[in-house]
Design a protein around this ligand. Structure first.
Ligand code: ADP
Length: 269
C-alpha cells in the first residue's frame, strides 16, 4: 500500500537564543527542544501553550524564516533549510502566514488592493486588468467588496483588515497557512466570524493550517488535532479535538480552565 507523504514534517527541531540585557547576558533560552510533528493535507493542527512556550518560534521555523539549530523541516518533501534553493523557492509560495496584528502586517500607505497583489506580483507578473480582477475576487472570497481594494488600512475595522490579510495570504492558493494568534486581538463576535471564514476557506481551497494560539476555545473551533507546548517542548498531543476535555498535562488543564464557561457562573438557566 502506498504511504502518503505528510504535507509538513518536523524531525527533532531545536532552537535556542541567547538572552539579551546586561543581567541576562549569556543566558540561554531553549525556545524549541527536539520537536517532531507532522501535518497532513487539509488538516489543522492547533499549537497551544502559554506565552513564551516557543509557539511563534516554531511557527517561524515552519515558515522557513528562522533557521533551527538542528533538525529537519520538510515541506512537501523539500528541506526548507537544505541546499536546493530553487526547490525551496518553489514550495515557499505554498506556505503563507497570518499574524495577530493586522495593522502592522500591512503598509499603511498602500491600498488593500496593493497589499493583496504583492505576493501575486512576486511570483507571477500580472497586467493591471488581471491584477484588479484577481484582487476583487479575493476580496469577495473573504467577505469584503471588490471596491474595498482602493481603501487604505485605516479605513477598515480590525476584523475587516484581518480579512484583507487573509486575502493576501490565500492569493497564491497556498497549501499551508500558519495562523499566528490570528484572531487573538479581535473581539469575541468578530473572532467567531473570522474562524468561520477560515474554516470555509480551508474546505474551499483545500488548505492546511497550523493554528498558534494561547486560546484553547478559538483553537477548538478550527483544529482537528492539538499539540500543547511548555518551555519549548511538546508536552501533550491530542489526535481528536473532540477529546479536548480529556487533556491531562497541567499546562493543558490551565489552558482549559482559562476558557470561560458557556454560561455565567451563578446563572440558573
Ligand atoms: P510564544 O510564541 O509561545 O509566546 P516565543 O516562541 O515567542 O513563545 O518565545 C519562546 C522563547 O524564546 C521566549 O523565552 C522568548 O523570549 C525567546 N525568544 C523568541 N525569539 C527570540 C529572539 N529573537 N531573541 C531572543 N529570545 C527570543
Amino acid at each position: 500500500m502506498a504511504v502518503t507523504q505528510p504535507l509538513l514534517e518536523l524531525r527533532g527541531v531545536s532552537k535556542h537564543f541567547h538572552g539579551g540585557g546586561i543581567f541576562k547576558q549569556g543566558r540561554k533560552v531553549q525556545a524549541n527542544k527536539q520537536i517532531t510533528l507532522s501535518l497532513a493535507a487539509r488538516e489543522c493542527l492547533g499549537l497551544v501553550g502559554e506565552s513564551g512556550s516557543g509557539k511563534s518560534t516554531l511557527g517561524r521555523i515552519i515558515l522557513g524564516i528562522e533557521k533551527p539549530d538542528c533538525g529537519e523541516v520538510l515541506f512537501q518533501g523539500v528541506n526548507l533549510y537544505g541546499k536546493d534553493k530553487t526547490a525551496i523557492r518553489e514550495v515557499r509560495r505554498d506556505l503563507q502566514v497570518v499574524f495577530q496584528d493586522c495593522f502592522s502586517s500591512v503598509n499603511p500607505r498602500r491600498t488593500a488592493g496593493a497589499s493583496i497583489a504583492e505576493p501575486l506580483n512576486n511570483f507571477a507578473r500580472l497586467n493591471l486588468r488581471d491584477e484588479l480582477r484577481v484582487v476583487g475576487e479575493l476580496l469577495e472570497l473573504v467577505g469584503l467588496k471588490a471596491e474595498d481594494a482602493s481603501k487604505y488600512p485605516h479605513q477598515f475595522s480590525g476584523g475587516q483588515l484581518q480579512r484583507v490579510c487573509i486575502a493576501r495570504a490565500i492569493s497564491l492558493r497556498p497549501k499551508l497557512i500558519v495562523l499566528d494568534e490570528a484572531v487573538s486581538s479581535l473581539d469575541v463576535l468578530v473572532q467567531a466570524q473570522i474562524l468561520d471564514l477560515l474554516s470555509d476557506l480551508r474546505d474551499e481551497l483545500n488548505m492546511s493550517y497550523i493554528f498558534i494560539s494561547h486560546d484553547l476555545a478559538a483553537v477548538a473551533h478550527l483544529a482537528d488535532r492539538l499539540a500543547v507546548m511548555c518551555l519549548g517542548e511538546v508536552v501533550e498531543r491530542l489526535d481528536n479535538i473532540d477529546d479536548i476535555n480529556c487533556l491531562t498535562h497541567p499546562v493543558s488543564k490551565a489552558l482549559l480552565a482559562a476558557v470561560l464557561p458557556a454560561q455565567p457562573v451563578g446563572s440558573s438557566s
